[in-house]
Design a protein around this ligand. Structure first.
Ligand code: ADP
Length: 441
């Protein structure tokens, strides 16, 4: 990249120098040409006004070394030339300056001679007696001017070119340096002295890097946890199956082992289901369809479904509140209610109570699941939504928990642009509120 920028800057410099030189030479020559023609014109008019050419014979000499004076008849015959014998000269009727002078009274032309590397400037004027007075002057051509200036131009170009290469080198270095520093040590970019315009770019890259690292760490932890969680029931299943296979277990034991195998298989299934669900929720591309959902009705069907579990745990499960509509995915909302109620039942005390309430305000619809259970300490309230985090590992496992229920709930709530509030006191109970936007507004 550095090399490329360097080369581009150098090429740009060469182009700029060349274009400037060509332009300067061009402008200079144009000015010079106009000056030459202006002088010739002034001189010709001066000569014509002197009356010298009104004499009968043209036997006179004009002492002029630089200028060449020619007198031409109306039909192009040369009468006089200050440098060459006029009788030797061919007819000049076809010369552009003569043609113009015969037609308009005056005319000019510049002719380039390759052999002499010179340009000749001509100015022709039609005198009162019809004769054409032509004055000519040789001058170096634009190319020979350029050629003579070439050493100076060459030295100038090389010096400017050298300076530009050095500047291009340092410019490229200072431009690329922050990016190189960033590539070398992306974590501590604070020390990078970058251009003001590069700061947002560096911040974005750093933020993205942090997110990627955080995501990678989370995935790593999750994979390790999953492997561990799957290993425990699988080891149990394999162990019981081996005992049955060996034929050493009594009939009574076989029954017990089969129950254990069944229990552990269910646990595995629950785990796998939760993992699949979480990974689906993690996939951003999966489009979730939302529609108006009657929250009270959904809560009622979930409560009805969970009544058996509540009774088994000797917990009273009741629903109260009012109809309220939210924009949601019905299946996902069912998942939220079932998970929260299931926790409220499992982490409850015998003879406890779970109240599911749906209320709404002007702006919000609130789903509250309140239990009279064991409660959650303040420090644990921050962590219960983490994957596989359990306050009491053995109680969770023995009641069929996977440690993923609240992580799934949190994901779904975020997808619904809703939020949660946890209020809990150890030994007294827990209330978890999910607060949705009211679509009836
Ligand atoms: P689990 O499958 O273990 O229940 P969750 O993700 O649903 O996993 O919950 C995480 C942890 O939060 C649980 O292990 C439990 O310790 C705690 N918890 C969740 N809900 C309640 C509740 N209503 N009362 C007390 N503790 C709870």
């Amino acid at each position: 990249m550095k090399r490329k920028i360097n080369i581009q800057l150098v090429v740009l410099t060469v182009l700029a120098i060349s274009a400037t030189l060509v332009m300067i030479v061009g402008i200079f020559y144009e000015l010079f040409r106009n000056e030459m023609l202006g002088n010739l014109k002034a001189y010709t008019h001066l000569l014509s006004e002197s009356g010298i050419f009104e004499q009968e014979d043209y036997d006179f000499k004009i002492a002029e070394e630089e200028l060449r004076i020619t007198l031409i008849n109306e039909d192009g015959k040369v009468y006089y030339d200050s440098r060459v014998d006029a009788t030797q000269m061919d007819n000049h009727a076809n010369r552009p300056e003569v043609i113009k002078a015969l037609k308009n009274g005056e005319g000019s032309d510049i002719r380039y001679s390759t052999t002499l590397a010179e340009s000749t400037f001509y100015y022709a004027l039609k005198l009162d007696n019809g004769t054409i007075l032509r004055v000519a002057q040789e001058s170096k051509s634009i190319w020979s001017i350029f050629e003579s200036a070439f050493p100076a131009i060459g030295i100038f170009t090389v010096v400017v070119f050298g300076i530009c290469i050095v500047i291009a080198h340092f410019m490229t270095k200072s431009l690329v340096a922050p990016i190189e520093q960033l590539a070398e040590n992306i974590e501590s970019c604070d020390s990078i002295s970058a251009y003001k315009e590069l700061v947002p770019f560096i911040n974005t890259i750093q933020k993205q890097h942090e997110d990627i690292m955080k995501g990678a760490k989370m995935r790593q932890e999750f994979t390790a946890n999953v492997s561990h969680e799957l290993k425990t029931p699988l080891t149990a299943i394999s162990g019981y199956a081996e005992l049955i296979e060996s034929g050493m277990a009594s009939n009574e034991d076989v029954r017990h082992f089969a129950t254990e195998i069944h229990r552990n298989s269910n646990r595995l299934l629950a785990l796998i289901n939760d993992i699949i669900q979480l990974s689906e929720l993690d996939t951003i591309e999966v489009e979730v369809s939302f529609a108006p959902v009657e929250l009270y009705q959904v809560a009622a069907s979930c409560v009805e479904m969970l009544q058996v579990t509540a009774q088994q745990n000797d917990v009273k499960l009741i629903l109260q509140g009012m109809p309220a509509r939210i924009n949601a995915n019905r299946v996902m909302i069912e998942e939220v209610i079932v998970n929260l109620c299931d926790n409220a039942i499992r982490y409850n005390n015998k003879g406890g109570k779970v109240e599911v309430t749906v209320t709404s305000t002007q702006e919000e619809v609130i789903l509250s699941i309140k239990d009279t259970g064991i409660g959650i300490s303040e420090e644990n309230q921050q962590r219960i939504f983490e994957r596989f985090y359990r306050v009491d590992r053995s109680r969770s496992k023995s009641s069929g928990g996977t440690g993923l229920g609240l992580a799934i709930v949190k994901h779904i709530v975020v997808k619904h642009h809703a939020y949660m509030e946890v209020t809990s006191e150890l030994g007294k109970g827990t209330e978890i509120k999910v607060i949705f936007k009211n679509i009836e507004v």
